[in-house]
Design a protein around this ligand. Structure first.
Ligand code: PXL
Length: 285
């Protein structure tokens, strides 16, 4: 192949990537499956089965192309007593600019673990630049669990995520700690309600929380990890419907559960599954 032919072919490949069109093939009778593309803004934690290390294989296994935007490279997640971290903030902008030069577009965008408010700003800008009319924007606030912020996060981070990301989202997936931080509800009170024999107070409190989150803009709201005796309740709100999905608790909760949950839910919705069914699938994994 001469160099001119090669450059034309390279362009065709880029155009096909961008538009989702099937490349020219000798046999046009067989359909060419073009995977949906999901950009994922998250860190790489080498040890601890979380973030991009689980997101990439899970999304790929579901037949969706995962396109990572790394926020940092860590030796392990911050649930361990210490870690080495290489922050990627200053590289995110040129990395994203390079994608824009190729006119890439995505069927879905997931935002997850970020460390700094500057990264939240970059993620919000990424959504503005890369979303199409029908792009699903899936926001996992990824900042806290079990009533506490992850190490390294400041109290102001929740407000920043709410104003910059939740307002742009199609679907959000806070765990119950993050939902409390985003809405100002008292985590300990919700936890106590969840232990009461009757669920009336718990449900009324969660419904108020859902209303507050819905008022910010997202049409799909998933609140995960409400522990009630030996069960875990996940809440799914879509349109006016709110469902409480209860499943058996299996073993201890581990870091990275949220990333797997987001990956399965987002990839399944992109493949045409209803939000409720996608959440049931993710919860059963
Ligand atoms: O998925 C949660 C997560 C992701 N990335 C890092 C984390 C955590 C949770 O602790 O520390 C670096």
């Amino acid at each position: 192949m001469n160099s001119k032919e090669k450059s034309v072919n390279d362009h065709t490949a880029i155009d096909n990537e961008r538009t989702g069109a099937a490349p020219a093939r000798a046999d046009r009778s067989r359909p060419f499956p073009v995977p949906k593309k999901l950009a994922v803004i998250n860190d790489i934690s080498g040890y601890g089965r979380c973030s991009l290390c689980v997101t990439i294989p899970v999304i790929s296994a579901l037949g969706v192309q995962c396109c990572p935007v790394p926020t940092a490279v860590l030796s392990n997640h911050t649930g361990f007593p210490s870690e080495y971290k290489y922050d990627f903030t200053e590289h995110m902008k040129p990395y994203i600019d390079a994608w824009e030069q190729l006119h890439l577009q995505f069927d879905g965008i997931i935002t997850a673990y970020m460390n700094y408010e500057e990264q939240v700003r970059i993620a919000a800008d990424f959504i503005d630049r890369f979303r199409k009319d029908d792009t699903m924007v899936f926001v996992d606030p990824a900042m806290a669990d079990h009533g506490r912020l992850y190490r390294g996060f400041t109290d102001s981070y929740a407000g920043y995520v709410r104003d910059r990301l939740i307002r742009q989202a199609t679907i959000i997936k806070p765990n119950i700690t993050e939902a409390c931080l985003l809405t100002g509800f008292d985590y300990d009170k919700v936890k106590a309600y969840a232990q009461e024999p009757r669920q009336r107070k718990l449900k009324s409190c969660i419904m108020n929380m859902v209303d507050e989150l819905r008022a910010l803009g997202p049409t799909g709201i998933i609140i995960t990890g409400i522990e009630r005796q030996d069960r875990i309740i996940n809440v799914v709100a879509e349109g006016d419907e709110v469902r409480f999905i209860s499943g058996r608790k299996t073993g201890q909760s581990r870091g990275g559960t949220g990333d797997i949950f987001s990956s399965i839910t987002a990839a399944s919705v992109l493949q045409g599954m209803s939000l409720e069914k996608a959440v049931r699938k993710a919860a059963g994994f």
